[in-house]
Design a protein around this ligand. Structure first.
Ligand code: GLA
Length: 466
């Protein structure tokens, strides 16, 4: 009963909550800095519906922006210093000088997301000259380390604040390209999904996003379905183990395209820089690519020696130049070797699921929710078995969603904790929330959290509110 009440209250109080957040942030701004003219910007988090770990391989994703966001109240400063504070005092504020190359804070410091936004814009303009400093107060309600992209929302909001205070604009798609690289500043070799959807999200629609360069297509969700997101409460912190595990996946994919390209032995074929290049230039499409992966790669984990032998390079070169993230981090050979085959199989099959989902959802077939749900289920199985980014808790939540009668359920985001996303029959949110509460949160002693489950509709992307 309590759960149902809180769901209804949530829906009714959204506008009031937004108003309160705004008033609170402006008050904190006034007391931290001074009463003066301010701008208010926001950037949303996201939930990815399908297409996991495809972006950095050059394949598309299909996310939507959500109502949870990062709100920034910002005012101009007379110098070239960026000062920041959070409405939650335990997030310690700070300040830094705008310079051509901004040194990061220690790993895990939340101020790094403001620095990465600033650095990204400076790199884009090629100079820090003429960039005015600012003071900002941040209020976020995207659950942290939950796979809903709180950090991307934060980075994008910071960029919007810098742009607004400096009276500058950048075309949103160009800004998405600029911000797509922002995670590299904190050592995550991510793709550009999170920042792109935070900037380009469209109310009422999800987006199919292609990369290199960024291109978007509006996708319509099945009218008979709602989106429910459930937080496993397992933290997927970018500053922690999730970063290493994520970067390892990017390296395994890099090894995959190098091996597949070498084994294809196509004279004159251009060197691929990611799995997509191999796919586009050296295969006949999804079936052919999957067949090639099955026959060309071995099931067992690859040692550095195996990689060196297959590529015809020295072991030293393989270890230092092949097993390398795009952020320059060398990944040591993991126990059991690099899982190249499974990873490549996931990426290609997941990319096909994104293409199939787009065609299905924008087409005119009858049972879109069931068909899309099936693709979501298959995506989860592939994330769990081939990409190995799930965990017991995420699997339990997916099972709880399926047992409650979802069309489709899967983990969302980078994995290793965070959230699951469920496609459920329209209007059945409270019923699902109750069932999943009983199946997952109660037995896991997680019923103490006020907000474990969220009903999201696709929200608008980032921008200046006033
Ligand atoms: C994180 C990254 C994205 C994407 C997802 C997995 O959210 O920031 O670029 O790779 O993981 O799909």
């Amino acid at each position: 009963m309590e759960v149902l009440l809180s769901v209804n209250a949530q829906a009714a109080d959204v506008a009031e909550e937004a108003r309160q957040r705004l008033i609170n942030s402006i008050t904190v701004y006034e007391t931290t800095f001074a009463p003066e003219e301010v701008v208010v910007v926001r950037a949303p988090g996201r939930v990815n519906l399908i297409g996991e770990h495809t972006d950095y391989n050059g394949f598309p994703v299909m996310p939507m922006a959500i109502s949870r966001d990062m709100l920034i109240v910002a005012g101009a400063s007379k110098d070239n210093v960026i000062s920041f504070a959070n409405v939650i005092p335990s997030f310690q504020g700070g300040s830094f000088t705008i310079e051509r190359n901004i040194p990061p804070y220690q790993g895990g410091d939340w101020g790094n997301y403001i620095k990465s936004a600033t650095q990204g814009l400076i790199d884009f303009w090629g100079t820090e000259e003429g960039l005015q400093g600012l003071k900002m107060v941040i209020d976020g309600n995207v659950p942290l380390a939950s796979g809903l992209s709180s950090s991307a929302a934060f980075t994008v909001a910071a960029a919007e604040a810098i742009l607004a205070i400096n009276g500058r604009t950048i075309d949103p798609v160009v800004l998405a390209e600029v911000m797509a690289k922002s995670d590299h500043y904190v050592g995550m070799a991510s793709g550009g999904m999170d920042q792109s959807i935070s900037i380009l999200g469209q109310a009422g629609k999800c987006l199919k996003i292609d990369f290199y360069p960024i291109r978007t297509k509006l996708v319509t969700l099945p009218k008979e379905a709602d989106i429910l997101v459930c937080h496993s409460r397992v933290k997927a912190a970018k500053a922690g183990n999730a970063r290493v595990a994520y970067n390892m996946r990017t390296v395994e994919c890099r090894i995959a395209y190098m091996l597949l390209h070498k084994l294809a032995g196509k004279a004159g074929a251009k060197e691929p820089t990611m799995l997509y290049d191999w796919f586009a230039n050296e295969t006949e499409g999804f079936d052919d690519a999957l067949n090639k992966i099955e026959t060309a790669l071995v099931d067992e984990g690859y040692t550095v020696k195996m990689i060196a032998d297959a590529l015809g390079v020295s072991e030293e070169y393989a270890a230092k130049e092949v097993c390398l993230t795009k952020t320059g981090e060398v990944m040591p050979e993991p126990q059991g070797g690099f899982q190249v085959k499974k990873r490549a199989r996931h990426v290609i099959s997941e990319a096909r699921r994104v293409e199939d989902s787009t065609a299905l959802l924008n087409g005119d077939s009858e049972n879109k929710a069931e068909a899309f749900g099936l693709l979501m289920d298959q995506s989860h199985a592939s994330c769990r078995d081939d990409y190995e980014i799930s965990c017991e808790e995420l699997n339990a939540l997916v099972e709880a969603g399926k047992a409650a009668g979802s069309y489709g359920s899967r983990l969302t985001g980078a994995g290793f904790g965070g959230c699951t996303v469920h496609l459920i029959p329209k209007g059945k949110g409270p019923e699902f929330i109750k069932k999943i509460h009983e199946a997952y949160y109660l037995p896991h002693d997680l019923d103490g959290y006020a907000d474990n489950q969220y009903l999201f509709a696709p929200a608008q992307g980032a921008g200046k509110l006033f």
